[in-house]
Design a protein around this ligand. Structure first.
Ligand SMILES: [Zn+2]
Ligand SMILES: [Zn+2]
Ligand SMILES: [Zn+2]
Length: 360
C-alpha cells in the first residue's frame, strides 16, 4: 500500500469530537487552486523598530516575567498591548459560541519566544524549547492561582502571516478566560462519556492503537484483500515520554498532535525529564513539517484539563495534548458551507512523508 498510494475518498469522523469530520479526497478537483501563494514569513534576525527585539524592551508594556533574568532574557512575558480580555470587569462583553455573552474579564499576555526576530521553533535549541515550555507551565499555573474566576488558560502560537500572526517576531500568547472554551469543553465531556462506557481514556486508546493496531479489510465476495490498515503509520515521532501523531481524521492536511505516552491530564504537572523529551519531539516534528511543506506557517495550542470544579472528576478521562495546525491552503466555499474540512492528501500519506524526512 505504501508504494502506490491508492485514491481515498471517504468521510472520517473525529473519534474525540464526533461533530468534527473531514472529507479525505485525494482525487484532484476538491481544491483546484491548492497551495495558493502564502505571504512569506519574516526571517530576519534583528529588526531595529521591532518592540520584541532585544534593546527595544522599553517599547512594550511592562515585563510580567522573564527567563533566565530580566536583563539577560531568553524568553520574556509582557502584557498584551491590545488585550482581548482585560482585568477590568466592566470591559465589553464577549461572544463565545451561539449568542452567549459573558463578562470579558480575563488576562492576555504575550510570550516573546526568543530574542531572535524570525527564528522558527525547529531552529531553536532543545534547551531553549525546554525553557519556553517551562514558561508556558509557569504562566498557566500563575494565572489560575491569581484569580479563582479564571476557568481556563489557553496557550497558543500563531506563526507566519498565513496563521494570522500580526507581529512577525516569534511569540506565543496566553489568554486566561472566565469560561472554558467550547473546543476544550467538548473534548473533556466527550472523552468522559467514552470513559464512562469503557473505563478507558480515549486518548490513551488512540495512542495504543497507533502503536500496535493493524487491520485488513477483505472483499466480502472474493475474499481478496481490499485494504490494509497499519495504524502504526500515523506515528510521526516517538520519544521516551511523548508521541507525535497524524490524526486519522485531521482537519488540516499536515496537522500533528503531540501527546504524553502515559496518561496525564494536566500540562502543569509535567516533570523536567518529560519536558526535555517534549522539547526534542516538538523540535523534530517541526523540522519534519518544515521540510515537507517548505516554510511551515501554523497555529498551535495546548489543550489541558480546565482547573474548575466542574471537571475535577475528569482527570482519568482527559489527556492533555498539543495540536499543531499548519496553514497550507485557504478554506473553500465547500468547507465553509458544509463545515466539512477537506483533505486532498490522506493522513496516511502525509504521515509517511513526514516520517521520511531525514533528521541530522
Ligand atoms: Zn523582533
Ligand atoms: Zn489518557
Ligand atoms: Zn484538543
Amino acid at each position: 500500500m505504501t508504494d502506490q498510494p491508492e485514491a481515498v475518498r471517504e468521510i472520517r469522523i473525529n473519534p474525540i469530537l464526533p461533530s468534527e469530520s473531514v472529507l479525505v479526497s485525494t482525487a484532484r478537483g476538491m481544491r483546484p487552486r491548492k497551495n495558493e501563494e502564502l505571504a512569506p514569513r519574516d526571517s530576519r534576525k534583528h529588526v531595529n523598530r521591532c518592540p520584541f527585539c532585544t534593546g527595544n524592551e522599553h517599547m512594550t508594556p511592562p515585563t510580567v516575567a522573564s527567563s533566565p533574568s530580566e536583563e539577560n532574557w531568553s524568553v520574556r512575558v509582557v502584557e498584551n498591548l491590545y488585550p482581548v480580555l482585560g482585568d477590568d470587569s466592566k470591559s465589553s462583553n464577549l461572544v463565545f459560541g451561539l449568542q452567549q455573552a459573558i463578562d470579558g474579564y480575563g488576562r492576555h499576555e504575550v510570550i516573546v519566544d526568543h530574542p531572535e526576530h524570525g527564528i522558527a521553533i525547529q531552529d531553536m535549541s532543545e534547551d531553549h524549547l525546554f525553557r519556553l515550555t517551562g514558561v508556558y507551565r509557569d504562566r498557566i499555573r500563575e494565572l489560575y492561582k491569581a484569580d479563582e474566576r479564571i476557568q481556563y488558560v489557553l496557550v497558543f502560537k500563531n506563526f507566519g502571516p498565513a496563521a494570522g500572526a500580526s507581529i512577525p517576531h516569534t511569540h506565543s500568547q496566553v489568554i486566561a478566560m472566565p469560561v472554558v472554551p467550547e473546543n476544550v469543553y467538548n473534548e473533556v465531556t466527550h472523552s468522559r462519556k467514552y470513559f464512562e462506557k469503557t473505563r478507558q481514556c480515549i486518548f490513551c486508546s488512540l495512542i495504543d492503537e497507533a502503536l500496535t493496531f493493524e487491520a485488513t479489510i477483505y472483499d466480502r465476495e472474493s475474499g481478496a484483500v481490499r485494504r490494509q490498515f497499519n495504524v502504526g503509520q500515523y506515528v510521526i515521532e516517538r520519544g521516551e515520554h511523548f508521541v507525535a501523531i497524524k490524526p486519522f481524521a485531521s482537519r488540516y492536511e499536515w496537522e500533528i498532535h503531540i501527546l504524553p505516552l502515559l496518561h496525564r491530564s494536566d500540562f502543569v504537572d509535567i516533570s523536567d525529564e518529560e519536558r526535555h523529551d517534549l522539547a526534542r519531539v516538538l523540535k523534530h516534528s517541526m523540522t519534519r513539517l518544515d521540510a515537507v511543506i517548505g516554510g511551515a506557517q501554523y497555529n498551535f495550542f495546548l489543550h489541558s484539563i480546565p482547573h474548575n470544579n466542574e471537571f475535577s472528576h475528569c482527570n482519568d478521562s482527559y489527556h492533555w495534548h498539543l495540536e499543531i495546525c499548519p496553514r497550507t491552503s485557504i478554506p473553500t466555499g465547500f468547507e465553509l458551507g458544509s463545515g466539512l474540512f477537506v483533505s486532498t492528501i490522506s493522513p496516511e500519506q502525509a504521515a509517511e512523508q513526514l516520517r521520511a524526512v531525514e533528521l541530522e
